[in-house]
Design a protein around this ligand. Sequence first.
Ligand code: APR
Length: 247
Amino acid sequence: MTVPLPVELQALAAETRTITVLTGAGMSAESGVPTFRDAQTGLWARVDPADLATPHAWESDPALVWAWYQWRAGLVRRAQPNDGHFALARWAAHADVRVVTQNVDDLHERAGSEVASHLHGSLFAPRCSECGTPADSVEPLDDPVERLDPPDCDRCGGLIRPGAVWFGEAMPSEPLERAMECAQTCDLMLVVGTSGVVYPAAGLPGLAREAGATVVEINPEPTGISEQADHVWRTTAAVGLELLAPR
Ligand code: APR
């Protein structure tokens, strides 16, 4: 797909020194990582992710939840960062680029970006469900299985839980505070590949705007954020960021 880079965005990208990039599942779509709301396949076709990513699911069937997360971790391990991830990493040589992501994958890091905030946690940061001690990295699953017993914590014997934030669970304060600070202290906020329906992440563009930043949305589809954005660019993350990032 050939998409011309809008002239006003080219100037903004070249001149702005402090940029916060809020990314969502669409950022990783061109890497082949299915979005949370995409149809699930195979073994997991019949389960609704929104039912698995909850404290209730964990309490009632930890082996089911653990198997699902390790399968997702395996999918991500086999995926590669796309041109959009690499463009953001390259941009950091020209400006202060802070990545705030809702994604639990590690594709920004593998492309070379430092991530300022993983708002919804990480597939690769499991921890004890009882004492919170971080666990060693866990081998992701290549093939799906229906149930997999989570390991025990070396320190207290509690079950090791996935490092993602679940629906209905309070977001850890540190990543949220960092994300808010990034939003309130940037000159440009790029909002890439998020539907803008899950709070508090969806409130960050508004915070940035109130603090005087220009907000630019990159998304092939309209979202809950489009109306608040100063510029909307209907293109994909890989195509848009590759054109936008200075070289
Ligand atoms: N490039 C850019 N955007 C894209 C692309 C692409 N190639 N493909 C899809 N999109 C857009 C879609 O148009 C949609 O707006 O990505 C967005 C994906 O939306 P969601 O699946 O709702 O993902 P996200 O906004 O990250 O969800 C927020 O909710 O699912 C939970 O905790 C999970 O972190 C997630 C949160």
